[in-house]
Design a protein around this ligand. Structure first.
Ligand code: AMP
Ligand code: SF4
Length: 469
């Protein structure tokens, strides 16, 4: 149970790195801001100065709460890595805020991680049997021990590659030593990681939206199963696995990433818009207006509106200064969050037949509440269209999509859900449409099908026993 709860550790985080950028801290601050949607529980930055000294600031809260113009000055140097963190209620606390900083007589190193290892329990036992004593419950510490176990000298790419080969699951890791940044992506390609160029330096980010704000230009993605080494000589590519796939997480496109990000060559807004168009083709509705749940469903609603010719309207207004609902770790906070966050615009929806587009239904909290809100505001009919398939299975790769018992689609058919949320009609997008919208033949869609691209080790058994992820 304890080990399973660990799975919450690196959920839905964002990683950012900079190499060869004067006073990297300043752009790190703006870049982490751009990644804030990936996690709002904590943030941190480690820099390296010209003498190889690593300095770290990390804390709970938003990027703007953790850093200020005074404390940022402490972070000297032209190299940095940083992190924004989301966690479940199971594992809050400053000790799990990244970057992790490891002191070692062969040289200090820092590490950030987005994703989740599915063989973390097995690796931890293996390492403990080899003599490791863990300080924390984090997956990232596992990688650090693995790297150091086989190779006693300073960190080298071959040691990292050997360690990565022992890991199973989803990850984007940045490992920073005094003169290098290693950028690593899992062999299945589940989590995104892109490189941008800024002058003679580099910006490495979970999402390309951080390039815009830092002035970097997209250079290339880190490939699945690849380690990119960035140092003063340039950028070098190593492949640590012959087995490589492009099972990018579909939820990145559907919900998680920012619409201005491009993930593996596909713009997130364009994906969502196309999914909205396909949603109309699959389930046209006779209606007067189309409304999207702000913000993540607006692109799909525009697509539905364009394909149907039904006007898009601002029927729901979001209070911008409340965090993303789902990102609140407990159900109670989540429900309060929805209430505070959205208002229906009565003058727009009154007497209208409304198509309500949402990107996904997980527990059903949001849809049930919004349908009620629209009816109270006078909507004549509410036809709900969901721009993703029914979510029937939990994610083991770092996205908090909930446990089996909480997933409304695990427990109920689409018709039952329609009744529960009080809609006049309900349709979920097909899995085929996801591939079409992304224009690709490989994607992870395991939370909609239960077909996971990796082995799951003990994680699946624990999830079935009902342990909260
Ligand atoms: P629920 O209210 O539990 O059905 O959650 C659905 C809402 O949460 C949708 O409006 C989505 O925009 C959002 N959402 C879906 N998946 C996630 C996720 N993994 N993390 C955070 N929010 C999500
Ligand atoms: Fe993404 Fe779902 Fe796959 Fe998890 S199971 S990586 S949320 S598509």
């Amino acid at each position: 149970m304890e080990q399973v709860l660990d799975r919450g550790l690196h959920e839905e985080c964002g990683v950012l790195g900079m190499f060869g950028i004067e006073n990297a801290r300043d752009l790190m601050y703006y870049g982490l801001h751009a990644l804030q949607h990936r996690g709002q529980e904590g943030a941190g930055i480690v820099t390296v100065d010209a003498d190889g000294i690593m300095r770290r600031i990390k804390g709970m809260g938003l990027v703007s709460e953790v850093f200020n113009s005074e404390n940022l000055k402490y972070l000297e140097g032209n190299m940095a890595i940083g992190h924004v963190r989301y966690s479940t209620s199971a594992r809050g606390g400053i000790e799990n805020i990244q970057p992790f900083l490891f002191h070692h007589h062969t040289g200090d190193f820092a590490l950030v991680h987005n994703g989740n290892l599915v063989n973390a329990n097995e690796m931890r036992i293996y390492l403990e049997e080899c003599g490791s004593i863990f300080q924390s419950t984090s997956d990232s510490e596992i990688l650090a021990h693995l790297i150091k176990k086989e190779h006693s000298g300073p960190i080298q790419v071959h040691g990292i590659m050997e360690a990565l080969n022992k890991l199973e699951g989803a990850f984007a890791f940045l490992i920073m030593t005094k003169d290098r940044i290693y950028c690593c992506r899992d062999r299945y390609g589940l989590r995104p990681l892109s490189i941008g160029k800024l002058g003679d330096g580099y910006v490495i980010s979970s999402e390309t939206c951080a390039f815009e704000v830092t002035g970097a230009k997209f250079y290339r993605d880190v490939e699945p199963g690849e380690v990119l080494v960035i140092d003063s000589g340039g950028i070098y590519s190593y492949s640590y696995s012959a087995h490589r796939n492009h099972y990018m997480c579909a939820m990145e496109y559907i919900y998680f990433a920012r619409p201005d990000s491009d993930i593996e060559g596909c713009n997130v807004h364009a994906f969502r818009k196309e999914s909205g168009r396909l949603l109309y083709k699959e389930a046209p509705a006779d209606a007067d207006i189309v409304i999207g749940v702000p913000d993540s469903s607006i692109s799909a609603a525009i697509g539905y509106s364009e394909a149907s010719g039904i006007p898009y309207e601002m029927g729901l207004i979001k209070n911008k200064y409340v965090g993303r609902t789902f990102i609140q770790p407990s159900q109670e906070l989540r429900e309060k969050g929805v209430r505070m966050k959205l208002s229906a615009v009565s003058t727009i929806v009154k007497g209208k037949r409304v198509v309500l587009i949402d990107d996904s239904i997980v527990r059903g909290t949001t849809s049930r509440y919004i349908v009620r809100l629209l009816r109270e505001a006078g909507a004549a009919e509410v036809h709900v269209r969901i721009a993703s398939p029914q979510m029937t299975d939990p994610c083991f790769y770092g996205v908090d999509t909930s446990s089996y018992e909480e997933l409304i689609s695990k427990q109920h058919s689409a018709e039952e859900i329609r009744e529960i949320i009080g809609a006049d009609s309900l349709h979920f997008l097909s899995t085929d449409a996801l591939y079409r919208a992304a224009r690709r033949s490989e994607l992870c869609i395991a939370c909609f099908t239960g077909k996971y691209p990796t082995k799951l080790y003990s994680a699946l058994e624990a999830a079935k026993r009902g342990a909260r992820r």
